[in-house]
Design a protein around this ligand. Structure first.
Ligand code: PMP
Length: 282
């Protein structure tokens, strides 16, 4: 398959990065994961806008415009004949002798992108997934889609060791988000999800869910909710690019409701699938 390395499409086996790339040494960069359905990138504009915003917020100027990036990624998806999968893209501050402070202005950011086949998670979407709870030990700029993912990795590993799909993170009593997903609860027909501030990533899938709710008169509150509210919820679900709108049927060993996906979650799944068809259908 093809890979993008600094603006050129090359064979995957030829795409090599330097040992002094700041992404490799410091995790000094940002990334995006974009869903591809039916050979078309879903919410590409939103992902590229977030990519640019993340980059700018850490002082990296992207070497390409979002229009150029969009064209490059489209070519990549096309040449790789990707039907259902993802595009992974990252930019780092570039290659320079190791030193915490930024390198000289001449150092160009290193941009890479590749594709991967990935089916829609049909089983999990239908049956729901189990989750654990763990303290959110990440930094205070979780709104940046940083390559530094240690806090998330350690949380996800704890979940995996318990046979769970996701770790729901909380700062004290307040639930923030999942290790790689946004979290929603439903109580008496009202959806609640953490406001998009510095403590969570403003998920593109979350935003699609919010839009779909607004268009269908489903009430949503974007506000902090607590562990107690989570425990008392009628339904719980997560959202992410790869996971879509996925029911959560267990939190820390305790069933959510009856332990099966709830009606509002199922309705949102249908509405989300309609959005996919609108953007990526034939
Ligand atoms: N929160 C975190 C911490 C994430 O890593 C992700 C996945 N990128 C999300 C939320 C979901 O964001 P999106 O819907 O844009 O994939």
């Amino acid at each position: 398959t093809y890979t993008i390395l600094n603006g050129t499409l090359i064979d995957r086996s030829e795409a090599k990065v330097d040992i002094e790339d700041r992404g490799y040494q410091f995790g000094d960069g940002v990334y995006e994961v974009i869903r591809v359905y039916n050979g078309k990138m879903f919410t590409i504009k939103e992902h590229l806008a977030r990519f640019e915003k993340s980059s700018e917020s850490i002082g990296i100027t992207l070497p390409y415009s979002t229009e150029q990036l969009s064209e490059m990624l489209e070519e990549l998806v096309g040449k790789n004949r990707l039907h259902t999968g993802i595009v992974y893209m990252q930019v780092t501050r570039g290659v320079a002798p190791r030193n915490h402070s930024f390198p000289a202005k001449e150092v160009v950011p290193a941009l890479t992108a590749y594709t991967k086949e990935l089916p829609r998670p049909a089983e999990n979407l239908k049956n729901g997934v189990k989750t654990i709870l763990t303290e959110d030990i990440r930094w205070l700029r979780c709104d940046i889609k940083s390559l530094n993912l240690l806090g998330s990795i350690l949380a996800k590993q704890q979940a995996a060791e318990k046979g769970c799909f996701e770790a729901i993170l909380h700062r004290g009593q307040d639930v923030t988000e999942g290790s790689s997903t946004n979290i929603f609860i439903v109580k008496n027909g009202v959806i609640i999800t953490h406001q998009s501030d510095n403590l969570i990533l403003k998920g593109i899938t979350k935003d699609v869910v919010l839009q779909v709710c607004a268009a269908n008169n489903i009430s949503v509150k974007e506000q902090t909710f607590t562990l107690d509210e989570l425990a008392a919820a009628d339904e719980v679900f997560l959202s992410s690019t790869t996971g879509e709108v996925m029911p959560i049927i267990e939190v820390a060993g305790k069933k959510v409701g009856n332990g099966v996906p709830g009606p509002l979650t199922s309705r949102l799944q249908d509405l989300f699938t309609q959005e996919i068809e609108k953007q990526c259908g034939e």
